[in-house]
Design a protein around this ligand. Structure first.
Ligand SMILES: *[C@@H]1O[C@H](CO)[C@@H](O)[C@H](O)[C@H]1NC(C)=O
Ligand SMILES: *[C@@H]1O[C@H](CO)[C@@H](O)[C@H](O)[C@H]1NC(C)=O
Ligand SMILES: *[C@@H]1O[C@H](CO)[C@@H](O)[C@H](O)[C@H]1NC(C)=O
Ligand SMILES: *[C@@H]1O[C@H](CO)[C@@H](O)[C@H](O)[C@H]1NC(C)=O
Ligand SMILES: *[C@@H]1O[C@H](CO)[C@@H](O)[C@H](O)[C@H]1NC(C)=O
Length: 375
């Protein structure tokens, strides 16, 4: 085929220069600080990050499904399970900015119960004794029997707080650090308020949470279906959610409704377990088939935005009025109608399910260890 010069200049040239620019872009290192309510089978997100060549600077702990001190020890324990203790764990805030179990339970008595109340479920000594992570009561109590992955030998690094570590790292690597949050946003909000440059110096904020337009499903489906639509991560600390999600991060990626898209099944667990290692063993034994790949979806989006099949850009706010049934839930706007002081986020509707499952499987079957990270 004859290619005329104008065509070459007009369409191929930008492509060529674009591809020439790629090696430089690839050399740019991608770091992450991963903040979560870590638990026995909660290691897949950091394995996905490491498998995607993201340098995980540290894990941070927050109070969401259970209290922060228990979460930090789960982080240490699940790193130890795979010789990943070279990744430090920085303890986050134990208390949300203003929320408390009492305040949350009082809200529920007016606006209705959540199927899953996380750390704010009433204290239940029977459940503690059965090896469940602690709820309400003394936030500093550690329930050792909940460490089915093994109680950690090491400790979180208490030389600084999670929020302070986040601030330090974005200054050290401006524009290169992803802040991943798949629990409550308390630490991220503290970092935002502590340092006015923090958000703008990060690469992006990637969260799990932020459901919209699912109220009818909560009303007409099973309690289980209602559970999958209740936004506990944001609701544990609504004020922090608002501070974090309206801060001037260069990019905010929200894995809200899409986090419910891809479910594990027994066949997948078995397939992953064809390769035996401590992580595939724990995954096979403890990953709950009732729940979608929530935190895994957000981790995969952080590593590889090309798994997105459908997304939109919206202006996002968080409802912080205690008198509202949507307290702690997001509200989205188009630009022309958005109130001042909020920003645009990437709201993902759909991901490539096969690519996501491939990432989960590969990261578990070929987990990086500290020996690999030193190379
Ligand atoms: C961790 O290190 C120990 C000692 O070097 C080794 O025996 C074990 O196989 C390693 N485990 C993993 C998951 O790499
Ligand atoms: C505590 O949990 C146990 C086990 O699930 C349950 O039978 C019991 O009703 C709970 N107690 C309270 C006070 O909710
Ligand atoms: C804890 O983290 C600090 C950096 O914040 C580091 O200097 C120190 O070596 C770490 N401590 C341990 C025991 O790893
Ligand atoms: C931090 O950890 C060190 C070493 O484990 C311990 O001695 C110290 O008491 C801890 N500090 C706090 C505030 O927990
Ligand atoms: C993207 O998702 C939105 C929301 O579910 C839907 O309205 C729209 O049709 C989807 N677009 C494509 C191209 O699938």
């Amino acid at each position: 085929m004859h290619v005329s010069l104008p065509l070459l200049c007009g369409s191929l040239l930008p492509f060529l220069t674009g591809s020439l620019a790629l090696p430089k872009a690839r050399a740019e290192k991608h770091y992450a600080i991963m903040d979560n309510d870590w638990y026995t089978a909660g290691f897949v997100p950091f394995l996905i990050a490491l498998d995607g060549n993201v340098d995980v600077l540290g894990l941070a702990s927050d109070t969401a499904n259970t209290w922060q001190p228990q979460v930090a020890l789960h982080a240490v324990a699940t790193l130890e399970a795979g010789n990943l203790s070279c990744i430090p764990v920085y303890p986050g805030a134990t208390w949300p900015l203003i929320n408390t179990p009492h305040r949350f339970q009082a809200w529920e008595s007016i606006h209705g119960k959540l199927p899953w109340e996380g750390a704010f479920a009433p204290e239940n000594k029977t459940l503690d004794a059965q090896g469940n992570d602690p709820t309400s009561g003394n936030p500093n109590r550690i329930v050792k029997s909940a460490f089915k992955e093994g109680f950690p030998k090491g400790k979180p690094n208490n030389s600084t707080s999670a929020a302070n570590f986040m601030v330090q790292m974005v200054h050290k690597h401006p524009g290169q650090v992803s802040i991943y949050s798949a629990g409550a946003l308390t630490n991220v909000a503290l970092a935002v308020r502590m340092d006015p440059q923090f958000a703008s110096l990060a690469k992006n904020l990637v969260i799990m949470g932020g459901y919209v337009d699912l109220n009818m499903l909560e009303a007409t489906g099973s309690i289980m279906l209602a559970d999958l639509q209740s936004d506990i991560n944001l609701m544990i600390d609504p004020e922090a959610s608002k501070i974090a999600l309206t801060a001037d991060f260069p990019e905010i990626i929200v894995a809200g409704n899409v986090a419910n898209q891809v479910m594990p099944d027994q066949k997948f667990l078995d397939e992953v377990h064809e390769v035996r290692n401590p992580y595939t063993d724990l995954f096979h034994r403890y990953y709950d088939l009732l729940f979608p790949f929530w935190d895994e979806t957000a981790a995969a989006l952080m590593v590889d935005p090309s798994i997105v099949v459908n997304q939109t850009s919206v202006y996002l706010d968080v409802d912080t009025s205690y008198g509202s049934p949507n307290y702690g839930n997001i509200h989205v706007y188009q630009k022309a109608l958005a109130p001042p002081g909020i920003g645009k986020v990437k709201y993902v509707f759909e991901v490539d399910a096969d690519k996501l499952k491939q990432r989960v499987k590969h990261s578990l079957q070929h987990p990086k260890s500290c020996a690999d990270l030193k190379k």
